[in-house]
Design a binder for this molecule. Structure first.
Ligand code: ADP
Length: 783
C-alpha cells in the first residue's frame, strides 16, 4: 500500500515528458522565426572569428581624396577606369575586381571604348600574363527566397555587354543580412527568375577566386560543381548552408594595421603606389570612406564600428576562399533536433526533482544562466570559441534549450511539492484531531466530517456511512436520510474513490476490513491528486475508526476484569478472616509444640499471606478507581508517621534509619491515606529486602517545585534488566538475593498508581549489590 501523497515516478516522467514536449514545441516555434539567432547575434556576434588577413587582397578606395581630385563620382569619365586598368596591368596585378556597376553606356563612347580595350589588353609587361578583370552583377531586389540552394533575384543588373564581354568573369555582389540586419552571408549561386536571363551565376567572390587561379568564364564549367552543401571551385570545397549561402568570415577592418592594404584611387592614378604592393595581387576597386556616397553596410559587432564598405566585405569573403577558412554553421535540422531533444531531456530530468533536488538545481541553473549571459553580453564567446572551436558555437542553442525549461519545470515541481506538503499536513492534523476525540465515535465522526470539508471545500456536504450490526447505514449526520446508497456501496465494494456528478464516495477500508464510506457532495473537481489524497484520508480514517472500536472493546474488557477482581477480593475477605480467626483460637486452646499445632500454624501463615494479597489488590483497586479524597495536609507528618510505624521491624533486623525532614515545608493537597499507603510500600520494601544491619534513609525535600520523597537503602539492589518492569502489577524480581522474601508484586504498582493519580511520578536508581533508591515526586499545589 503506497502511503504517500506522491506522483508515481511514471507519472512524474510522463508529466516531465509532456512539459518537455510543450516547451520543445514553443522553443521550436520561437527558433523557427529566427529569434534564437537574433538573440545570439544581437547580444554578440558569435560568428565573428578574428583571423590574420592575408596580403593577396588589396583595396583601392574611391575615397574623399579621389573625389577632391576628380570631382563628383557620378560624373567621372570612364577614361579614368581605363587608366586604372592600364596601371594595374603595368604593375602586373593578377585580378582587378570592380565593385562598381557599369550597367549603362556613358555619353562618351570613346571613353567606353578605351575601357573595353584596356580590359582586353591588360597584360603584365614583364611576363605577358593577363590581368584578369572581374565585374559585378547586382540582383534586385535583395529580399530572396532560396529553393534548391539557388538564390532567386527578381532581375539582374548586368554590365554593359561590351564590358561584360571584355571581362574574364562576372559575379553577383549581393550579400545578405542576418536576423539582426548585420551582413553575414553571401549566396554563392543565384539566378534571376523574372527576366529572360535565367542563367545561374556565381558570386563575385567565387568568380574572383576562379580568376585568381586563371580560370575564366569560358573554362569555368568543368571545374565548378555543386552538390548539396558544398560548392566545388577548381578543387576547393566551399561549405554552404542549406540555403546555398557562404557565411562571411571577417578577417579585420580594412583600416586596421593588420588588415588589407588600402590605397586611394587618386594615389594609384598618380602612380604613387609601389609596384611591389600591387604585383600579383587581387585589387578590389570600390567606394570607401567617401563622404556623401553611402556604400556602408551593418556588420557584426565583433568590430568596434558596426558598418563596413561593401568592397571591404567582398575583400573578406575572397580572403576566406583564398585561405580556405570557413565558418560552418550548423544545419537547421540538427539545430532543431538538438533544441527539441535538449528541451525534452532536461524537462524529464527536472521533473524528477523534489525539494532537495530543486534546492541544488536552482543555484546550478542560476550560475548557468549567469555564465551564458556573461558569455553573450561580454563578447567572451568569440574569444573562447576562437578558430578551430567554432563548432562549440553549435552548443549555444542546446544550452538555451537546457536552461529555458528549468524555471517552468522547477516552478511546477515547487508547486506540486508545496501542495503535497500542505495535504500531508492536513492529513496529519486530521489524524490528530480525530484521535483527540478520546476515541469516542460521535466525536470522531464529527471531526472526520469537518476534515473532509477542509479537503473538499467548506461548502461540501458530508455523510458518513458505517457498516454496523444493523447493516450499512449513515452514521453521520445523526439524522441523515441516507440518499445515494448505491454510490456509497459501490465505492465500498470497489475499494476506490468513486464519483458521479458532484458526488464523491471515499471508501473506509483498513486491512481488508470494510468499515464504511464517506459521501461528499462538492463543486470541486476531483483530479488525480485530490483522488489520491482522499484515498489516503479514507485509509487513515478507517484506521482511526478501527482503533476506536478496539479501544472501546478493551475498555469494556478491562472494566469487566476490574469488577471481577473486586468481587473476588471482597468475597474472599470474609472467608480468609474466618480461617485466620479460627486458626488463632485453635492455637490458643491447643497445646503448643504438637504436630496439630504446627499444621494449624501453617494454615495461619498461608491465610495471612492470602489476606495480604487480597488487601493489596483492594488497595490498588481503590487507588485505580480514581476516587481521591483531596485535602490539604503536612506531608512531613505522613512521612514520619509511616516510616516510624516500621520501627519494630527495623529493630528486629537491626537496621539503622535516618529520617530527614525539612524545617519548612509547604502544605500539599492530596489523598492522605493513599499517599501514606504508597510511602509505606516503599519503606516496607526497603525494610523487607535490606539485609540485617543495613541502613535506610528516608528524605523529604522540595525539588523543582515538587515534593520529593526518597527512600534509599544499601540492600541487594535490583538488576538493571528488571528495573523497567518493576512497576507493573504482580511483577517480582527473580534474583537469588530476594527470591526467598515473600511478596505479591503489587506494592510498587500501587506506588505508581498513587503518584500518577496525583499528577506525580516515581522512578528508581539502583545498582546490584549496592542498594536502591526510590523517588516519588508529588506536585506541591496538589491536583
Ligand atoms: P513485592 O515486594 O510485594 O514483591 P513490589 O511491587 O513492592 O512487590 O516490588 C517488586 C519487586 O521489586 C520485589 O519483588 C523486589 O524484588 C524488588 N524490590 C522492591 N523494592 C526493593 C528494594 N528496596 N531492594 C531490592 N529489591 C526491591
Amino acid at each position: 500500500m503506497q502511503q504517500r501523497i506522491e506522483f508515481s515516478s511514471w507519472r512524474r516522467l510522463s508529466a516531465g515528458f509532456l512539459i518537455g514536449a510543450v516547451i520543445a514545441a514553443v522553443l521550436l516555434a520561437i527558433w523557427s522565426t529566427g529569434s534564437f539567432s537574433t538573440v545570439r547575434a544581437r547580444l554578440n556576434d558569435t560568428y565573428y572569428v578574428e583571423r590574420d588577413t592575408g596580403d593577396t587582397v588589396v583595396i583601392v578606395a574611391i575615397d574623399n581624396q579621389s573625389l577632391d581630385t576628380y570631382g563628383r563620382f557620378a560624373e567621372w569619365p570612364r577614361t579614368l577606369y581605363a587608366d586604372f586598368v592600364n596601371i594595374m596591368a603595368e604593375n602586373c596585378v593578377r585580378v582587378v575586381v570592380f565593385d562598381i556597376l557599369f550597367a549603362d553606356p556613358s555619353q562618351d563612347e570613346a571613353a567606353d571604348q578605351a575601357l573595353t580595350e584596356a580590359m582586353l589588353n591588360a597584360r603584365c609587361p614583364a611576363n605577358r600574363a593577363r590581368t584578369r578583370i572581374v565585374m559585378p552583377i547586382s540582383g534586385e531586389p535583395r529580399s530572396v527566397e532560396a529553393p534548391n540552394d539557388i538564390v532567386r533575384f527578381d532581375y539582374w543588373v548586368r554590365p554593359e555587354p561590351q564590358f561584360a564581354q571584355s571581362t574574364s568573369n562576372t559575379g553577383f555582389v549581393n550579400v545578405l543580412p542576418d536576423n539582426d540586419g548585420a551582413i553575414r552571408w553571401q549566396p554563392m549561386r543565384g539566378t534571376s527568375s523574372l527576366t529572360d536571363d535565367a542563367a545561374v551565376e556565381l558570386s563575385l567572390s567565387a568568380v574572383t577566386y576562379l580568376a585568381y587561379h586563371r580560370i575564366s568564364r569560358e573554362t569555368m564549367d568543368p571545374v565548378v560543381d555543386y552538390r548539396r552543401g558544398v560548392l566545388q571551385l577548381a578543387g576547393l570545397d566551399v561549405p554552404l548552408d542549406d540555403q546555398g549561402r557562404l557565411m562571411v568570415n571577417y578577417f579585420g577592418r580594412p583600416e586596421s594595421d593588420d588588415s588589407f592594404a588600402v590605397y586611394s584611387f587618386a594615389d594609384v592614378l598618380a602612380r604613387k603606389v609601389d609596384a611591389a604592393a600591387l604585383n600579383d595581387k587581387i585589387v578590389l576597386l570600390g567606394v570607401m570612406n567617401a563622404t556623401g556616397i553611402n556604400d556602408n553596410y551593418p556588420i557584426p559587432s565583433g568590430f568596434e564600428e558596426n558598418s563596413m564598405a561593401g568592397v571591404a566585405i567582398h575583400a573578406n569573403i575572397i580572403e576566406s576562399l583564398l585561405q580556405e577558412k570557413f565558418i560552418l554553421p550548423q544545419d537547421s535540422t540538427s539545430q532543431g533536433v538538438l533544441i527539441a531533444a535538449f528541451a525534452i531531456l532536461s524537462s524529464l530530468l527536472y521533473a524528477q526533482f523534489r525539494w532537495r533536488g530543486i534546492a541544488v538545481m536552482a543555484p546550478v541553473l542560476t550560475i548557468g544562466w549567469v555564465l551564458l549571459a556573461i558569455l553573450y553580453a561580454n563578447g567572451i564567446a568569440p574569444a573562447i570559441y576562437n578558430d578551430s572551436h567554432i563548432h562549440t558555437l553549435n552548443l549555444l542553442d542546446p544550452a538555451l534549450a537546457l536552461l529555458l525549461p528549468a524555471p517552468a519545470v522547477l516552478a511546477l515541481n515547487l508547486y506540486l511539492e508545496t501542495r503535497r506538503r500542505e495535504w500531508t499536513e492536513m492529513l496529519l492534523e486530521s489524524a490528530v484531531n480525530a484521535s483527540g476525540k478520546q476515541l469516542q465515535l460521535a466525536g470522531i465522526l464529527e471531526s472526520i466530517a469537518s476534515d473532509t470539508r477542509r479537503l473538499t471545500g467548506v461548502n461540501s456536504l458530508v455523510e458518513i456511512w458505517l457498516m454496523g450490526s444493523e447493516g450499512f447505514k449513515p452514521a453521520y449526520p445523526p439524522d441523515s436520510p441516507g440518499l445515494h446508497r448505491t454510490l456509497a456501496q459501490r465505492s465500498l465494494d470497489s475499494g476506490k474513490v468513486e464519483n458521479e456528478g458532484p458526488l464523491v464516495a471515499v471508501p473506509l477500508i483498513w486491512r481488508d476490513k470494510k468499515l464504511g464510506t464517506i459521501l461528499i457532495e462538492t463543486d470541486r473537481r476531483v483530479n488525480v491528486f485530490r483522488r489520491r489524497v482522499l484515498t489516503l484520508f479514507g485509509w487513515q480514517t478507517a484506521s482511526i475508526l478501527t482503533n476506536a472500536e478496539l479501544y472501546q472493546a478493551s475498555l469494556e474488557l478491562s472494566d469487566l476484569k476490574t469488577r471481577m477482581i473486586r468481587i473476588a477480593s471482597h468475597d474472599l475477605n470474609y472467608p480468609i478472616g474466618a480461617v485466620i480467626g479460627y486458626s488463632e483460637i485453635m492455637l490458643d486452646i491447643m497445646e503448643t509444640e504438637t504436630e496439630h499445632a504446627r499444621f494449624i500454624e501453617s494454615i495461619l501463615t498461608a491465610a495471612t499471606q492470602m489476606e495480604a494479597i487480597v488487601s493489596d489488590i483492594l488497595n490498588l483497586e481503590r487507588v485505580r478507581s480514581g476516587h481521591l479524597t483531596i485535602e490539604p495536609f503536612d506531608l512531613r507528618d505522613i512521612v514520619s508517621l509511616t516510616t516510624n510505624s516500621y520501627q519494630y521491624q527495623m529493630e528486629q533486623k537491626e537496621l539503622t534509619l535516618t529520617l530527614r525532614l525539612p524545617d519548612d515545608f509547604p502544605i500539599i493537597n492530596g489523598d492522605q491515606s493513599q499517599i501514606r499507603e504508597a510511602i509505606g510500600s516503599l519503606v516496607s520494601n526497603a525494610v523487607k529486602y535490606t539485609q540485617r544491619g543495613g541502613t535506610i534513609r528516608v528524605t523529604l525535600q522540595v525539588v523543582d517545585n515538587m515534593a520529593r520523597i526518597t527512600v534509599a537503602d544499601n540492600g541487594p539492589g535490583i538488576p538493571r534488566e528488571a528495573q523497567a518492569q518493576l512497576f507493573q502489577e504482580f511483577y517480582r524480581v527473580r534474583s537469588r538475593a530476594t527470591a526467598d522474601i515473600e511478596g505479591t508484586g503489587l506494592g510498587l504498582s500501587l506506588v505508581k498508581s498513587v503518584a500518577d493519580a496525583h499528577g506525580g511520578r516515581v522512578w528508581l536508581e539502583s545498582e546490584e549489590g549496592k542498594g536502591s533508591r526510590f523517588y516519588m515526586d508529588l506536585p506541591i499545589n496538589g491536583s
